[in-house]
Design a protein. Sequence first.
Length: 231
Amino acid sequence: MEREFKGVWIPAQIWLDKRLTLVEKALLAEVDSFTGNGKSFHKCNETIQTEYGISRNTIARAFRKLQELEFVEVNFNGRVRHVRIRAGRLPKMGRQSTQNGDADSPNDTSTNTSKRTRDNTSKHKGVVMPFEDKEFLEAWKSWKDYKKTEHGFKFKSPTSEQASLHQLQTLSGGDCATAVRIIGQSLANGWKGFFAIKNQTNETRRPGPSDGSLIEEHLRRLANDPRGGME
């Protein structure tokens, strides 16, 4: 498919829609990035499986649900599945100028937002970071190092990493400090994923190492691990 991938942007209308899962939101945003000038999204299931790390059944359910909610139109000619956003169903989701050949207007708020998104994705290899604070970026790198060293896991694509970042942003309520605490909690407990801070509302914070120091301690442990860190 003819597209220079620089990431996708998910508007609040979609991100806050509680009917949709993270996978469905990501797929909807990607379908929109292809839709325009008569083009359609026609990635095969095998490609989506590789990029998202999900099963064929999950893919089928996601497209069926998006179709039932009238977000997309799905056509299958017996060989290829073509998916398009239904006309007027979504706000403009920051399509790339490289896709339609049109220059962005400097006075267009939506395109300026798209430009900022593209700037961020260029910094992080196609991934839009929910927070640009140095503390969060270091914590996220520590999390990726930990996942690779302790669990032999590496994100298969920018899309799968983006989904994990979206999950973290949701659990943190959009708060950078809370997101760093969630990462620190998972590192300290040896968990494979993220969970809301335990007893967040009732817990009295006890004296001890800060979340930042927990991450620093983990980084030192990785550095001294005979198995080594990132390659």
